[in-house]
Design a protein around this ligand. Structure first.
Ligand SMILES: [Zn+2]
Ligand SMILES: [Zn+2]
Length: 338
């Protein structure tokens, strides 16, 4: 069975669980680990069964819980290389490191750890969220955060290794895997096809996920829908599409002009009008489910987004296709199963 559950969507945090076959992945981890686990449990998903985290881009509302979640579960995080580097810079803003300097720092830290006496302490991984219990026996499978995940750091092997604490190295992850836009890859039973989207981040992507013959499109955080994205969003069973703002509400709203400009720009966010224009003119009408996501809490109203999309889909709604849902910021959406 394929199951798609939006745990959160919006500028305060984005996170979706997708399972297919024997594989379960998290798409973005923009909630704290504690909140993420709470919502997974609410949605009937067991966090301990997650296999990987996949990141669309490094903005805070998509990455907030990565480090704590990946450490607790001992699972790999998939990024593009540029997004990984941008995320690390974001966590080390004062260091202003070049990539070469960062590599050198990793080598030094590994050498320091090798010099430390071996510890048989079974203390849990210190985190910025001390109320949480570690899940599973993650330390057994830890391999280090390194540009090349195939080159594990001998200081951290399963017999003697101990990962650095979040304070020592907030960028440390159990394992990092790189993917590239335009290069499909698999995680277990789920195939992922990442594509470039126009957004003001280092290397932002949307995805087509497929599992058990079900195709799901994922496109939020994009200023407009260029031809390459239109090309991808076809023959889908499910489409999660951004419907961020109502143009008038944004223009008349509380944001400073510079922020309004950013949201409206070609690398900002998709308006209700732009989403509707796609649905009316370019969308092939095939999906059983359309989920509108990343709605602004300040510059949109769920009803405005819904009405705009319903108008665009007029005549297409049927028993089989184009059921319209709105993803929410503060609670999970009911799971969609195929
Ligand atoms: Zn976002
Ligand atoms: Zn973003």
């Amino acid at each position: 069975m394929v199951r798609f559950t939006v745990l959160a969507s919006g500028s305060r945090g984005n996170c979706t669980v997708l399972s297919g076959g024997r594989t379960r992945i998290l798409v973005d981890a923009g909630l704290s680990c504690r909140e993420l686990f709470r919502r997974m449990n609410l949605a009937g998903e067991d966090p301990a069964t997650l296999n990987a985290i996949v990141i669309t881009h490094e903005h805070q509302d998509h990455v907030n819980g990565i480090a704590v979640t990946a450490r607790k579960l001992g699972i790999p995080v998939y990024f593009t290389e540029a997004t990984h580097r941008a995320w690390m810079r974001w966590l080390s803003p004062r260091r202003q490191m070049t990539y070469a300097q960062w590599l050198e720092m990793c080598r030094k830290q590994a050498a320091e750890r090798r010099a430390e006496p071996e510890s048989d302490s079974s203390e849990s991984d210190p985190s910025d969220d001390p109320g949480e219990e570690p899940v599973g026996n993650a330390a057994q499978s830890l391999v280090p955060n390194a540009p090349d995940p195939a080159a594990p750091d001998p200081a951290l092997d399963a017999s003697s290794g101990r990962p650095p604490s979040l304070k020592e190295d907030p960028t440390w992850l159990p394992a990092v895997e790189y993917f590239e836009a335009g290069q499909p890859f698999s995680i277990g039973d789920i195939c992922l096809n990442p594509f470039t989207i126009p957004h003001d981040a280092a290397d932002p992507v949307g995805f087509i996920f497929s599992a058990e013959g079900v195709r799901m499109g994922f496109a939020t955080d994009l200023g407009y829908i260029p031809p390459n994205v239109k090309e991808q969003l076809r023959d889908l069973d499910l489409l999660l599409l951004e419907s961020n703002h109502d143009l008038e509400m944004l223009r008349d709203g509380p944001y400073p002009w510079s922020v309004k400009q950013r949201v409206l720009s070609r690398v900002g966010h998709l308006s209700n009008d732009s989403a509707s224009q796609f649905l009316a003119q370019d969308y092939d009408g095939q999906a059983a489910w359309i989920i509108l996501g990343h709605l602004s809490e300040n510059n949109n109203l769920p009803e405005l987004a819904r009405v705009a999309a319903e108008r665009a889909l007029a005549g297409r709604a049927s028993l089989l296709a184009n059921h319209l849902l709105l993803a929410r910021q503060h609670e999970p959406l009911s799971s969609i199963t195929f």
